[in-house]
Design a protein around this ligand. Structure first.
Ligand SMILES: [Zn+2]
Ligand SMILES: [Zn+2]
Length: 278
């Protein structure tokens, strides 16, 4: 029941954000209409829903048996609000490390390219992620929450809130509030992560502290001429669902391509040409 409610709530958030981010007074960029590759992103949304169901009904019952007893007792005694805050901080930190790993490992980067392949950034692009990446993201964060003693309903609430926050991060909303960014990630910060020149920055999803600690936070505005996409493959990465599902396996069999980012001011496709040669 909670799962169905979460999916229904997420769908409602998608639709509301989708409407708001296209309003002239609220948008960052003018989005293309009709929305390109909507069928692709609806398919990825379906994949994310199936992965979430797997996570809830298959992995969560197994993971919930894990706990570090002395720590779990202390966390168990905390009031709900404190548990939820601690849960979000811990879950976000584990997600940050997983996300950084997705960029730093050649094999994992091939999976994560699917998420970076979106050419326009809006809420519907949030769940564009390969099914294997979904599993990599869902399991470690929940495992750590159970290890420190979070009860299953708090874990479910934490993961649900993080998912909703992720939709806002990918939105085209033009939110300018530096004081929020002292603590929280905003769409302005996450869109820099989708610009090839700064793809290896702004890994965090909820709290900016992790990027501050690891020196990966960039706060410059994205300009109108900066495109989103996979560094070096903006115009070539498959945009259709079935091709994109297979693409990571195709690329994993290819020789390593070092272009995970381009330096600021460089054309990532030129960087690709110059660095991909043996
Ligand atoms: Zn990324
Ligand atoms: Zn993203």
């Amino acid at each position: 029941m909670f799962f169905i409610l979460t999916v229904a709530l997420l769908t409602a958030v998608y639709l509301v954000v989708g409407a708001l981010e296209r309003r002239p007074a609220l948008r960052f960029r003018v989005l293309t209409a009709p929305r390109p590759y909507l069928a692709t992103d609806i398919a990825w949304y379906g994949v994310a829903a199936v992965a979430t169901a797997l996570s809830v009904f298959v992995f969560r019952p197994v993971l919930s048996a894990a706990s570090i007893a002395p720590l779990a007792d202390r966390v168990g005694d905390l009031p709900l609000v404190a548990k939820l805050f601690l849960g979000l901080v811990v879950f976000d930190f584990v997600s940050f490390l997983v996300h950084m790993g997705l960029h730093r490992s050649d094999v994992l980067w091939n999976l994560h390219k699917v998420h970076h392949s979106t050419l326009e950034l809006d809420g519907f692009a949030t769940t564009r992620a390969h099914m294997l990446e979904n599993l990599l993201r869902f399991v470690p964060g929940q495992l750590v929450l159970f290890l420190i003693g979070m009860p299953a309903p708090t874990v479910a609430l934490t993961v649900g809130l993080a998912a909703i926050y992720g939709v806002s991060n990918h939105s085209n909303l033009d939110i300018r509030a530096p004081w929020i960014e002292a603590i929280l990630v905003t769409p302005r910060l996450h869109r820099r992560h989708h610009v090839p020149a700064t793809t290896q920055n702004n890994y965090a999803a909820i709290f900016t502290i992790w990027d501050r600690i690891f020196g990966t936070l960039v706060r410059t505005d994205t300009t109108n001429d900066e495109r989103y996409g996979v560094p070096g493959e903006i115009d070539t990465y498959p945009q259709h669902f079935t091709q994109a599902v297979r693409e990571p396996f195709h690329q994993i069999r290819q020789p390593p391509q070092p272009t995970r980012t381009a330096h600021v001011g460089e054309d990532p496709d030129r960087v690709s040409e110059t660095t991909a040669s043996p």
